[in-house]
Design a protein. Structure first.
Lengths: 337, 337
């Protein structure tokens, strides 16, 4: 098979910026290195990380021209490099995390990946579901279950609760018997957050976050905060956290305001600000295996369930990014290929 | 015995400010409530908390006029209230933590304390040593040993290493087999910090802290930072902390600069900023018992040893505060009564 005789369509961009920089381009099907696999993508999922990467505000940097983009994706292996033994053509896989996104970004009709980043997934998951696990559910699992040891009866506060990661956190908290309090700006998101498993929903455009959380927790505060926003919020987060509690921050949605620690209350309440990234789970095979076992079991039993906000075709990939940045979505923005 | 016929000299102050607000005043020996004991003070120790309290920049507030001051102190019980059964006249005690300092402050010839805050201490300790344990050593123990589980071979960075708490931390780290790196501003403090047990000393007026610590730790960084300064330093502290490490902040010496968390490096390295106060140990009898066992054993075996910077008579109490704020001291500032 002469690969050069074929082409494939992928998303690329040549400068950091808004969704308008994204282009669906037809390129020659790239050469496959000995340790790589080529995946025919069936579905892909959007995360905040994608739009931060596109704006060059992420921990990984695009390299121009022709930066690829995208992490979460699921598909079928259609070619394997000469040295790849763990995977074969026809395997259903998702893209793990930790690869060079600028080079290997998965958003397109096909993607190359070093074989170690392709992860088989069980038959009972659809490609849309499989493309919604690696960032949202593993992120939430790593903080809440693995590092936070969230347990029955614990209160946990989830900010940006309508995001893919937020909803995953609400579901995982409920699955372990904890009491998830979902934070959202808009009233109209309330019903769907309750549906997703939130025990309480705080609508910040109408309610005082600190007062409501203290009310709900009988004045004590939550044991764990799972926070994507940070920026200007640390003072409020400390106020709503119980003594000895942990504030995980895994996102940094608000990069405008500096995250100033309120020193005295943080000391007096012995609160822990814990930086967290999902990469650490993907970098540790044992943790990743535990994460996926927990998550796949949850999907099989129905306790976990992807909430899809909207599905777009690949030709409308820019629109999918616009939806991601609208702050109107609830749950996952998916692109089917 | 008619208590009103007697007087006692105590330190009081009527307005927040510098050392000049402190006065040694002769007052009638106060009435003893049923749950209180009166202690004839033999020695007292100064801590940063005392000068912050005096300036009204501490977590506890003085109440004027006539605010008392002081926490660390050791002496002999000379009277017990009607309901006190756990202590008797003649017992050698130190003052624990958590009482209302404005009312019960221990710095003076005598002090009243609710009996629960008076802690017996072993015979092999001098009053000067006993008055140097409760804040310095228990503070360092609670973070390093109890919460941080500092172990053999761990690198630990101690800022403000010349303070009473700093030296206690260096000694405790060495006692558990860890490798203490002491941070000081001034070169002339180096020899005494090595003497106190530091494996390495970084002199920040001459050396780049981050570069030196990375050199010492082979590029990896320390597992634990024990930091009294905070303020403008978090970025450097994150730089010198190993992935997954913990930055304890127990002081807040630098209140001028806001403590802005560097979000991305903190997330990528999964670093934990852990607020900590020694009050939590004194509020938990089981933890306090473990702390004192560890510390008394250390003193008995000689692994821990109070480093006295200078000793003042009570009449020079103001001078003792000036010395505390000079940043020239190494170790403990003690007042003998």
């Amino acid at each position: 098979m002469t690969q050069n005789s074929k082409t494939t369509k992928v998303i690329r961009f040549d400068a950091a910026g808004g969704p308008e920089v994204l282009k669906l381009e037809e390129i020659p099907l790239p050469e496959l290195a000995a340790d790589e696999v080529r995946i025919r993508i069936a579905a892909l999922g959007l995360n905040r990380a994608d739009s931060m990467f596109r704006r060059n505000q992420y921990v990984l940097e695009p390299s121009f021209p022709g930066s690829r983009i995208g992490t979460d994706a699921a598909g079928v292996v259609e070619a394997v490099g000469a040295e790849v033994t763990a995977l074969k053509v026809g395997d259903r896989v998702t893209a793990g995390l930790g690869f060079d996104v600028s080079r290997y970004g998965t958003h397109g009709e096909t993607a190359l990946l070093p074989a170690g980043f392709a992860i088989g997934y069980p038959d009972f998951l659809s490609p849309e579901e499989a493309a919604s696990i690696n960032i949202p559910y593993v992120t939430a699992w790593g903080a809440l279950v693995d590092q936070g040891a969230l347990a029955e009866g614990d209160f946990v506060l989830v900010t940006a609760a309508s995001s893919g990661v937020g909803i995953a956190a609400v579901q995982i908290a409920k699955a372990v018997g904890a009491i998830p309090i979902a934070v959202t700006r808009r009233r109209e998101k309330r019903p769907r957050l309750f549906e997703a498993g939130a025990a309480h929903v705080v609508v910040t455009e109408e309610e005082d976050l600190a007062r409501r959380v203290l009310e709900i927790t009988g004045g004590r505060g939550v044991r764990i905060v799972f926070d994507a926003v940070f920026g200007g919020m640390p003072e409020t987060l400390v106020e709503v956290t119980a003594p000895g509690g942990t504030i995980f921050f895994y996102g940094a949605l608000d990069q405008e305001k500096p995250a100033v620690l309120p020193m005295f209350p943080t000391m007096m309440k012995e609160i822990r600000f814990q930086g967290y990234v999902v990469y650490s789970v993907f970098g540790d095979p044992e943790r990743l295996a535990r994460a996926l076992r927990f998550i796949y079991d949850g999907f099989e039993s129905g306790r976990l369930k992807v909430v899809v906000d909207r599905s777009f075709p690949l030709a409308e990939y820019r629109e999918a990014h616009r939806r991601l940045e609208s702050n109107e979505q609830i749950g996952r923005i998916v692109v089917t290929v």
